[in-house]
Design a protein around this ligand. Structure first.
Ligand code: CP
Length: 314
């Protein structure tokens, strides 16, 4: 069974990117491909882009999308195997996942990490429970450790903007934030950028190293200014500490991306998955200026999702 949970191969990534670009030119070119089929988009956490873009993608293929906001509309789910359910939880994940699997042809799940139980988060426990018990193909709408639909849209965006550059220098830079933020976007972006053959440098303050499982093949440079030298694309993202799991170790605002960071990367484009904290992570002048690709990335979320759903439909 095909699931879409992470980067698998350059061959598959290239074919998904190519198909996404074809759908971008002709969104309704396979408007009957999913007729009669239903996709259940199950959100255990909030979303704007992922929620809307996945539904539009499904509609473009003739599928019927149904969205459930489990955090507000579903029963409180019990996750523990063998739990005696005499407290707040009403329904066990294995029962809920089994039922949802019987209603839908494809399930798409968003399940953020706790940022308190590192082991459970690394194992992507909640997301994998849906794979285990639903019995249908599952698409990640962002799990505890990865956000592959976002990364695919990011790769499409780089592809569209790379011009004649053969191996673009891509810099993933940490940015400050007021909240403890998951690692999923940063992990996934690293995994896809490396897998797609880009020259990736990751820069962050001391204490913010990502899980090496996702960063093998990237250069790590703790001096942000040095890291940014000669960059073609700068991907800005906050994440909480990984070793001191889920903690905010610094809020040093010199890491906020402003125009003065581009002294030695004059032509660099700036990317962010959104939502972005303006003038905390990135300055207004960057987000509202010509370097910014953030709207294009968000638009590409539709075609990335359409490419993935189409791939699963076969
Ligand atoms: N980038 C992204 O996943 O946005 P949402 O959280 O709004 O879906």
């Amino acid at each position: 069974m095909k699931h879409f949970t992470q980067f698998e191969s350059k061959k598959l990534a290239d074919s998904l990117i190519e198909k996404a670009l074809a759908y971008k030119s002709h969104p309704r070119m396979e408007a009957a491909k999913g007729l009669g089929k239903k996709i259940g988009c199950i959100f255990l956490n909030p979303s704007l882009r992922t929620r809307a873009s996945t539904q539009i993608a499904a509609l473009n293929l003739g599928m019927d999308p149904i969205v459930m906001n489990m955090d507000k509309e579903g029963w409180a789910l019990e996750m523990k195997e063998g739990a005696i359910m005499n407290k707040g939880t009403v329904e066990h994940i294995k029962d809920a996942a089994g039922v949802l699997g019987s209603y839908f042809d494809i399930l798409a799940i968003r399940a953020f990490p706790s940022l308190t139980n590192k082991q459970e988060d690394i194992e992507d426990f909640i997301f994998n429970q849906f794979i285990k018990y639903s019995g249908v193909p599952v698409i990640s709408l962002e799990s505890a450790i990865r956000h592959p639909l976002q990364s695919l849209a990011d790769m499409v965006t780089i592809h569209e903007n790379v011009g004649q550059i053969k191996k673009p220098k891509v810099v993933l830079t940490w940015a400050p934030h007021i909240k403890a933020i998951p690692h999923a976007v940063a992990n996934s972006f690293a995994e896809w950028a490396i897998g797609c053959g880009h020259d990736l440098t990751i820069t962050h303050p001391e204490g913010y190293n990502l899980d090496p499982m996702f960063t093998q093949g990237a250069k790590i440079e703790l001096d942000q200014q040095k890291a940014l030298e000669g960059a073609d694309f700068v991907y800005v993202k906050n994440w909480s500490a990984y070793n001191d799991y889920g903690k905010i170790v610094t809020t040093d605002n010199s890491w906020m991306l402003t125009e003065k960071h581009f002294k030695h990367a004059k032509k660099a484009k700036v990317m962010h998955c959104l939502p972005v904290r303006r003038n905390i992570e990135i300055s207004d002048e960057i987000l509202d200026g010509t370097r910014s690709l953030v709207q294009e990335q968000a638009n590409n979320r539709i075609y990335a999702a359409q490419s993935v759903i189409s791939h699963i439909l076969g």
